[in-house]
Design a protein around this ligand. Structure first.
Ligand SMILES: [Mn+2]
Length: 278
């Protein structure tokens, strides 16, 4: 079974469809997509992305973790956030059915093993000094609230991070990019390389890999124990030629996170989806 990790799709359904076709051509039915989250928003076809991922998931060929844009969709549906001028998931909101319940019952962290190496897939950032088991255990508790009764889910999604430890963890996992010398995290781009979340994380000598997304301005990130796959497909034309990235680790490698690594597919964006305001 070839595992294929996929960067932030954000409604780019044509490009995801092309990637799936390429996977079928290469591996027949013997592959599994692992998507880093932010399936929806900004791009042209959020609902079509969810339909494609769900059909693959139902066939045991796709898994994903929730990203901040996926959570935004849930908050708008709850009336906890207003629909922004640059939001583009109205197709999901108007689709009816159980899309929102399906979304909120998805995981925040997915652990696994490739070759000899354990890893976690999550949307934005791991937490320096935390073991893989501690991270997964904490995530399970928050996933239970998010995927539990609609009332519990709504309370969690509406809570301020400063008032609720689970809301804080949820925000950090899906939005963090930098951590300062005092350990405070932020979604802002780090001022110095040492303030990147993954620099602080790697300084604690973790024994597991992390596959993540969320950080399109950083572009493809290939470093020991780290694969950052958000290459900003939806930003085609605004930042030059953009693409959807897939990572195909060597399944039986001793360390699949070693560098250099040539195991990537690039699916070119098919159109410019966003336009500069003014
Ligand atoms: Mn994101």
């Amino acid at each position: 079974m070839q595992r294929i990790f996929v960067g932030d799709v954000q409604g780019c359904a044509d490009e995801l469809g092309e990637l799936v076709q390429r996977a079928r051509d290469a591996f027949g039915g013997d592959f599994e997509l692992w998507l880093v989250g932010d399936l929806v928003n900004r791009g042209p076809a959020s609902l079509r992305v969810l339909e494609l991922v769900r059909s693959l998931a139902d066939a045991g060929r796709a898994r994903f973790v929730l990203g901040n844009h996926d959570l935004s969709l849930l908050r708008v549906a709850n009336g906890q956030r207003s629909y922004g001028f640059d939001d583009s998931f109205r197709d999901v909101l108007e689709a009816g059915g159980d899309w929102l319940d399906w979304m909120r019952t998805q995981p925040l962290v997915l652990p696994g093993r490739i070759g000899q190496r354990r890893f976690a897939m999550l949307h934005a950032a791991a937490i320096p000094g935390w073991s893989l088991d501690a991270l997964c255990e904490r995530a399970r508790r928050v996933e239970e609230r998010l995927g539990g009764s609609p009332k519990d889910a709504k309370r969690l999604l509406g809570a301020r991070p400063e008032d609720d430890d689970d809301a804080e963890f949820l925000a950090r996992l899906t939005r963090c990019r930098s951590i300062d010398e005092r350990g405070r995290w932020s979604s802002r781009t780090p001022r110095a390389p040492r303030d990147a979340w993954h620099a602080r994380w790697r300084a604690e000598k973790p024994d597991f890999g992390v596959v993540y997304g969320h950080w399109a301005t950083q572009r493809l990130h290939v470093a020991p124990l780290l694969r950052g796959l958000d290459t900003g497909c939806v930003y085609q034309g605004l930042w030059g030629d953009r693409f959807l990235t897939a990572w195909l680790p060597v399944q039986d490698a001793e360390d699949p996170f070693a560098t250099p690594d040539e195991g990537f597919w690039r699916i070119a964006a098919r159109a410019q989806y966003l336009h500069d305001p003014g």
